[in-house]
Design a protein around this ligand. Structure first.
Ligand code: SAH
Length: 243
């Protein structure tokens, strides 16, 4: 019997089945998160079951938006503002072949990430301590990712400015959202368009474990983002791009 029954059941509903090695990886991740959280403020979610559902399973709902992609490809994924590794690390555990970059502005969180990827033995995973506003202008990272994910970092308009410059043309930016996603996407249309995004899709999360109105926002990168975006540190949040 697994110690992560909700994760196993929820993933089965998405037609994913974890090996015992993958389950052991999630168990170790949870232990390390709880252990570090005693001295470092990584997450407000400290109940083991909540970590299982609201961190692990919720992160993996993104798989719903990746159904039409080839999981076996070495897809390049960046998680912008990953915090303690969500959604990036759970995705990497399931999508073994992915190449993952975890971007995080807070040094102590980046330190945890470096520690945990080593303990979990995650290959092809890099931690970057820095801000999206700056890193997205680095030629090594600009428009260099097939999939850009970001959870609980900013409203969609700000997030589009952080994430679309990282997205390769033809790639996708995917953000899990809760609540009134209609208002948020309406406000973000101008920014998405300006940054070369389009084909906005809203994918409803339907899992018995997560019934509080969760939606995945998926945007496809159709054209190159203008070089001046993202603007300097703080501006995408302070003055969101509006018509
Ligand atoms: N994605 C995680 C953490 C959410 S909290 C989760 O869903 O659990 C938001 C995180 O984004 C914080 O850790 C913060 O340091 C980071 N962050 C906020 N703005 C950022 C920026 N511009 N660049 C990089 N990281 C940022």
């Amino acid at each position: 019997m697994s110690t992560l029954p909700r994760l196993v059941e929820g993933l089965a509903a998405l037609d994913f089945h974890l090996s015992s090695a993958q389950l052991a990886t999630f168990e170790t991740y949870r232990q390390e998160l709880l252990r570090w959280n005693q001295h470092t403020n990584l997450t407000a979610i400290i109940d083991p079951v909540e970590i299982e559902v609201r961190h692990f399973l919720d992160s993996l709902t993104i798989l719903q938006a990746l159904r039409d992609t080839n999981y076996h490809n070495e897809m390049r994924i960046i998680d912008v503002g990953t915090g303690a590794g969500f959604p990036g690390i759970p995705l990497k555990v399931v999508l073994n072949n992915a190449r993952l970059v975890l971007l995080e502005a807070t040094e102590k969180k980046a330190a945890f990430l470096s520690h945990v990827i080593e303990v979990l033995g995650l290959g092809n995973t890099t931690v970057l301590h820095g801000r999206a506003e700056k890193l997205a202008h680095d030629p090594a990272h600009r428009e260099a990712y097939d999939v850009v994910v970001s959870r609980a970092v900013a409203p969609l308009t700000t997030l589009a400015e952080f994430c679309l410059p990282f997205t390769s043309v033809g790639g996708r930016f995917i953000a899990p959202k809760k609540g009134d996603v209609g208002t948020e996407t309406a406000a973000a249309h101008y920014a998405i368009d300006l940054l070369g995004g389009g084909n906005l899709q809203l994918i409803e999360v339907r899992l018995p474990q997560l019934t509080d109105g969760r939606t995945l926002v998926s945007v496809t990168k159709l054209a190159t983002s203008p070089g001046r975006y993202p603007r300097r540190d703080g501006m995408p949040a302070k003055r969101p791009l509006e018509a």
